[in-house]
Design a protein. Structure first.
Lengths: 115, 115
DNA sequence: TGGCGAATTGAAGAACTCTTCAATCCTACG
DNA sequence: CGTAGGATTGAAGAGTTCTTCAATTCGCCA
């Protein structure tokens, strides 16, 4: 097949790059969940949720199964929790760094510093 | 501050969602590296690399320092390796899944199956 | 000071992704 | 059969992100 590897990695991260999709993945870590419940937990229009679920499905990170009139989603496997934990660790540092910068900025505003 | 959390997480992943940026992060795991070397390792126009480096800088995941005429980039901290490892584990499964599908598809083409 | 190499910036158009709408599909039930 | 609820799809416009170009900055050295 030989799809450029960095391309595939980038696509994977882009697939995660949407608040609703992240939220869905976090919710599914508690086990399979019907669309109806996702819809109740995440406040969003049904068609918008469907679009985001379609993105997740296409990537293969979740699977959907229909049980009579409801559709149930679940994680396709893979340790998504570990990934999100690693991301959270870094993000925490980055946000802390930004607060530091912000504090510095406020400081220099008060003292009238140009730098 | 209270920036919506899922928004911040999504932005973080979007920041990772570009082949050149992933490649830079992987290269920087071996230690600080001047732009010139990044440029040699990743084949891309200088201004394009600069744009991608600017995205990484803005997010705070890397820092740049100028030593005379060269600029050296390095990871700002944070366990980026762990994150990329977790991503690779999942991605491996997903790509395996896709190959299975592809194999099925090829199979049905040969047998003339419509489904 | 002038010019050179290294890197960055700004801006413009192409390419992609998001949100929303109306239309559709599917299953169950009256 | 017809209709209703649950979910998905397709398409259009708004909004973002990418790539590329020319222009700029910065430090150096002749």
């Amino acid at each position: 097949m030989q799809v450029p590897l960095y391309q595939a990695k980038a696509e994977f991260f882009r697939m995660l790059g949407h608040p609703v999709r992240i939220r869905v993945l976090e919710l599914l870590q508690g086990g399979p969940m019907p669309v109806r419940e996702l819809l109740a937990a995440i406040e969003i229009e049904p068609s918008n949720l469907s679009q985001q679920l379609a993105v997740l499905r296409r990537s293969g990170i979740v699977t959907a199964t229909r049980s009579s009139s409801t559709v149930v989603y679940e994680l396709a496997g893979g340790d998504v929790a570990e990934l999100l934990r690693a991301a959270r660790r870094i993000l925490t540092e980055l946000l802390a760094g930004q607060e530091d910068l912000l504090a510095e900025l406020r400081q220099s505003e008060m003292t009238g510093d140009i730098a």
